[in-house]
Design a protein around this ligand. Structure first.
Ligand code: UD1
Length: 417
């Protein structure tokens, strides 16, 4: 298994280009199941989760016409297999995004239940409740969610908890349902808005994306998708923090600054210089970091997917910072590893209390989930001495060529077997 070796303590300098958003392309790939014909998706980040979704679509019967560079061309007209197997769903929870499209397209689905993951139980009860409200019969058998329906019907559904993939799943299903569906307390993430816009271009009738209430008028068919994926806001935020934590200066190109506004504001509050110029963001560290508090929320709040990376930064701030995780119940897996590097962090339920220290020191580290792994890379870049991070397949799930992008910025980082 690969490991990443980092010699810390070198400021990052230069320019980095952000890749397409992983969490935008996954639902769009699932949405191709609703269409007939040749779908063209460009700006695709070549990360492990995308490869898993493509493999899943192939398993379902899709024809992948080409998958080169950042462009995928696929036709799902022949995707008639309703089963998403355990071995794929267990490696990527977002595989459950095919549940709604399969029910809408085939009237049946058999999707392995994702089960727990490192950051919490993460149930899909709301996805299931929503599909039941649309008339589907859904039952659990041998670890699989089975669904059957003779034509989905529009409904009014309230999400007890804001769910990103839940909103995406129901929006896709409702696009081909009969009548009107109203989703209340819907997710407002840019990835959800993008999916709504792409479905609309394909002929769906969707209104209210980006607000709490999304209304979908079902149509009988959708044209193929032709789209360009927008830049990944979490990758952008990760490189912004990389510049700050190493006291370097990095120009981050190909971003949508509005998507990372809470991260920009928190960095500025911590005395990091951040300048926005069109689609580029220049981040300059160097001044002593001030400890600031942060609390995660669904969009447009401070993203849970950047909590671990921001905590790494706060371990080197002056004073005490309090970070609250309100989206997931167990998303502090990085804390124990950061403490092994000399960080002073106390956990109290959903709250982490961080007392800034002068230095972190390199250590052998274990990646536990995607964003926790990114936080360890950031901490290692700033630490004195060498860190060896194992289980880096977590990083490969969501970051395009992370060690290459970092070494282009001057980091001493290499991948070893
Ligand atoms: C998506 C993102 C993930 C991000 C998360 C929150 C993708 C592929 N993944 O994950 O990177 O961290 O949003 O921004 O886009 N919940 C339920 N029942 C459900 C569904 C969710 O209780 O049926 C709970 C979850 O356990 C969690 C909260 O709702 O506590 C939010 O989860 P959700 O927004 O669904 O996260 P994902 O869509 O899985």
């Amino acid at each position: 298994m690969d490991k990443i070796v980092i010699e810390g303590g070198r400021p990052l300098e230069g320019t980095v280009k952000i890749s397409g958003a992983k969490n935008a392309v996954l639902p769009v790939l699932a949405a191709t199941l609703l269409t007939r014909g040749r779908n063209v998706i460009e700006g695709v980040p070549k990360v492990r989760d995308v490869a898993t979704m493509i493999q899943l679509l192939e398993d379902l019967g899709a024809e992948i016409e080409s998958n080169r560079g950042e462009k995928i061309v696929l036709d799902t007209s022949c995707a008639n297999n309703p089963e998403a197997p355990y071995d794929l769903v267990s490696t990527m929870r977002a595989s459950c995004l095919v549940l709604g499209p399969l029910l809408a397209k085939l009237g049946r689905a058999r999707v392995s239940l994702p089960g727990g993951c490192a950051i919490g139980a993460r149930p899909i009860d709301l996805h299931i409740k929503g599909l039941e409200a649309m008339g589907a019969k859904v039952w659990l058998e041998q670890g699989y969610v089975h669904g059957a329906v003779d034509g989905l019907k529009g409904t009014q559904f309230y999400f007890d908890t804001v769910s990103v993939t839940g909103t995406a799943n129901l929006m896709m299903a409702a696009s081909l349902a009969e009548g009107e569906t109203i989703l209340e307390n819907a997710a407002k993430e840019p990835e959800v808005v993008f999916l709504a816009n792409i479905l609309s271009q394909a002929g769906a009738k969707i209104e209210g994306q980006g607000t709490d209430t999304i209304t979908i008028q079902g149509v009988s068919s959708l044209k193929p998708i032709d789209c360009q994926i927008f830049p990944d806001r979490i990758e952008a935020g990760t490189y912004m923090i990389a510049a700050a934590i190493t006291q370097g200066e990095v120009l981050i190109e190909n971003c949508i600054p509005q998507h990372v506004e809470p991260i920009i504001l928190k960095l500025q509050e911590a005395q990091v210089d951040v300048e926005v110029d069109g689609s580029s963001i220049r981040v300059r560290g160097g001044r002593p970091l001030t400890a600031v508090n942060a609390k995660t929320h669904p969009y447009p709040g401070f993203p849970t997917d950047i909590q671990a990376q921001f905590m790494a930064l706060m371990t080197l701030s002056r004073g005490q910072s309090i970070i609250m995780e309100t989206v997931f119940e167990n998303r502090f897996m990085h804390v124990a590893e950061l403490k092994r590097m000399g960080a002073d962090i106390t956990l109290d339920g959903h709250t982490a209390i961080i007392n800034g220290v002068q230095n972190l020191s390199g250590a052998p580290l274990m990646a536990t989930d995607l964003r926790a792994s990114a936080s360890l890379v950031l901490a290692a870049l700033a630490a004195k001495g060498q860190s060896v991070i194992s289980r880096v397949y977590h990083i490969d799930r969501g970051y395009v060529s992370m060690e290459k992008k970092l070494s282009n910025l001057g980091a001493r980082i290499k991948r070893v077997q």
